[in-house]
Design a protein around this ligand. Structure first.
Ligand code: ADP
Ligand code: MG
Length: 251
């Protein structure tokens, strides 16, 4: 269970989020939508304590842990993981090396290399990804779409309980989008993880079927609805949604 309570966030002395609150229960999928540059990625980065984002007040609690007291590593150990808008490449560390180390850190057990290799290869197959990617440096030399699939490989191997998907559809061609969307759906159904989904992609929304859709505007959530709100936005745009209308419609 994640509770974000009245968060005020500044980036380079500019207030981006004000009184931002959001609760996500175990197993729920919440989509956060809003115009470009409004603060969607900002909230994702606050959850993982990116030092570029300053939380001036408010709190984030995940399963009774106050995230402001934890480091990014400790937060990730709680099972929170993000596929970012632009996954970075890490030269000199292969996927397999990172995943084996991360898994043994998490389980505090010796990782059986044969079991690990079998599982990783079967995930590559599921994602239509060459097995050779396991031995490539993390995201290095990979296209935008390949990076997203590679991050999904990390998800399946490390099994987060809370997944942040920041425009995971960007850079994916139609076939890759189908694979990624279906794989995320399967992952969510298998593990009952919670998802914070940032996207404007109706295909991804159709597959993942969020329980709630929130509209971020004027530094806070101005409207919450079910999946049909995303269709309304698709037709009418964000200008039609305002704080006042929210109160009318949700009253
Ligand atoms: P969104 O994801 O909704 O498109 P962001 O959360 O990325 O928007 O950005 C919100 C605002 O904060 C934008 O005006 C953006 O330019 C600014 N911003 C975000 N990150 C930084 C940063 N590291 N340095 C300076 N400004 C930033
Ligand atoms: Mg963004």
């Amino acid at each position: 269970m994640l509770n974000i309570n009245k968060l005020n966030v500044f980036v380079e002395n500019k207030e981006i989020l004000k009184d931002f609150s959001l609760n996500i229960k175990d197993g729920e999928i919440h989509a956060l939508m809003g115009p470009n540059g409004i603060g969607k990625s900002t909230i994702c980065r606050c959850l993982l304590k990116d030092p570029n984002y300053t939380i001036k007040s408010g709190e984030i609690i995940y399963n009774n842990h106050n995230l402001s007291t934890l480091s990014t590593t400790e937060i990730s150990r709680l099972g929170i993981m993000m596929i970012s808008q632009n996954p970075i490449a890490i030269e000199g560390v292969t996927n397999a090396e990172m995943l084996r180390l991360a898994l043994s850190e998490r389980t505090k057990e010796h990782i059986d290399i044969f079991k690990f290799s079998k599982e990783a290869k079967s995930i590559c197959q599921k994602l239509s990804m060459p097995e050779s990617f396991l031995h490539r440096d993390i995201n290095s030399g990979m296209s935008g779409g390949e990076r997203k699939k590679n991050e999904l490989l990390h998800v399946w191997m490390l099994k987060p309980s809370f997944l942040i998907l920041d425009e995971v559809d960007s850079g994916l061609d139609v076939d890759a989008l189908k694979i990624v969307a279906n794989s995320l759906k399967e992952y969510q159904e298998t593990t009952n993880c919670s998802i914070l989904l940032i996207t404007h992609n109706t295909k991804l929304l159709d597959v993942l079927k969020p329980d709630y859709v929130h509209i971020l505007k004027n530094k806070t959530i101005v409207k919450t609805g079910d999946a049909s709100l995303a269709n309304y936005i698709e037709k009418s745009g964000f200008n039609e949604v305002s704080g006042e209308k929210t109160q009318e419609r949700t009253a």
